[in-house]
Design a protein around this ligand. Sequence first.
Ligand SMILES: Cc1cc2nc3c(=O)[nH]c(=O)nc-3n(C[C@H](O)[C@H](O)[C@H](O)COP(=O)(O)OP(=O)(O)OC[C@H]3O[C@@H](n4cnc5c(N)ncnc54)[C@H](O)[C@@H]3O)c2cc1C
Length: 477
Amino acid sequence: MSATNQFDVIVIGAGINGAGIARDAAMRGLKVLLIDKSDIGSGTSSASTRLIHGGLRYLEHFEFGLVRESLRERETLLHIAPHLVRPLPITIPIYKQSRRGPVTIRAGMIVYDLLSFTKSLPRHRMLSRRETLEQLPGLNPEGLLGSALYFDAQVEFAERLVLENVLAAVERGAEVYTYAPVTKLTGSGVEFVSEGKKQVALASVLVNASGPWVDYLLDEASIESPKLIGGTKGSHIVVAPFAGSPGNAIYLEAESDKRPFFIIPWNGNYLIGTTDVRFEDNPDKVCSELWEIDYLLAETNRAFPGARLMRDDVLYTYSGVRPLPVTGEKDEQSITRRHFIREHPRLSNLLSIVGGKLTTYRSLAEECVDLIFRKLGRPSPPCATAKEVLPGGVNFASFAAEFKGPERLLRVYGSRANQVTQLNEDPFTSEILFAFKYEFAKTLADCFLRRTMIGLNSDRGLSHLAAAAEIATDCHR
Ligand SMILES: Cc1cc2nc3c(=O)[nH]c(=O)nc-3n(C[C@H](O)[C@H](O)[C@H](O)COP(=O)(O)OP(=O)(O)OC[C@H]3O[C@@H](n4cnc5c(N)ncnc54)[C@H](O)[C@@H]3O)c2cc1C
């Protein structure tokens, strides 16, 4: 920690929301400390469907404000993170037996287009049955009426979106501690444990951005509060391209329970999900259950009968807990995806973040930092996070046009790819060194799963493990 342990704001949790708040606060000149009990982006933020989307589904719940905000933020992210966030065409097949028929889908599409009037992405198109099957020859033709084709965006490596927000915060003077659980919150600061030692840091404002752990942290710190999070678990499976696999993302209605789910081309494979079930346990314990895997396989096989996917075809799975607000809603799908910033009467310098999607993290952060300035009693400089691109997005288009290295490096590091390749003659060694030296990696898991991203390959990067361990050992000597 810097010579003085006094900060303007301490942010607890380096998921997308904490990272976004840290970046915004640091950019507006505040002295920021960001602390995570684990690695940057290792919580829910690495377990999503990886869509930067307006939330077509939210229209059914009349959440027009949320859809409008999400669509505006989708545009912003396409601009500030062009290397990480890219347009994604999505097809919605419409069947005779679908709960939502062609008229409903078309009406939804029109409203979605209208709400995103400032967008750069193409408008939707309705396709006939013949056109749909021409584009998706593997799709189940039985009862197919046609489809809708529309655009949202995908953040292939959401983990790196989190990281780049942290890097941007650090560029503006923020300090970061990982593997440092916060154990106590007080009127003057926090206590946390780092490398086995108890540390104290002081701040005028504390932000509890611990996602699905929000109530756990309040509990551990003995802060009296009503329960804030009513989390739901969501699991995904990853499979290799299969017989008849679609060329673009598919948004389907599951036949067994009419829930919507996605089959998405992702990182050379297919990402299929998600489930949505109440989860009351500690989020550290979340994992995919067999029924979830079977459900996603069965529904994919129904939609693409040539696929014949079995449990053995699953390369890997991942699960996370949505940090949704506590509500009386019985149906998980109906729980609002809006975010809330909660104040605590018993600890007036504390703010807790409830909800918030990857898509809307930046606007949540802006709202939160405005509130921090009000708490500090200081006038706030304007928020610049919607204009200033993230580190790997700087001059990305011209950089990408000239870049001679592997395309994967552009997808992972954007215009910082040259800094990576310059580190060592051997490209693999460079990436590992870069992760440990410049990107706050502390373990091989950090390095594989949330820096180089090779841990998300079909073999989870296992073929590179021994080599990486050797390089990591050398660089820690
Ligand atoms: C299945 C699923 C699919 C989703 N799909 C999408 C999607 O497609 N698009 C979209 O926009 N959103 C999606 N979301 C929502 C989105 O992923 C989350 O809302 C968002 O990532 C939450 O981020 P967060 O920063 O609040 O929480 P997290 O990412 O969980 O971060 C919280 C951090 O706090 C840390 N922490 C906890 N306790 C402590 C402590 N005591 N001390 C220090 N640190 C602590 C944790 O280690 C963690 O890193 C999805 C979510 C799920 C679960």
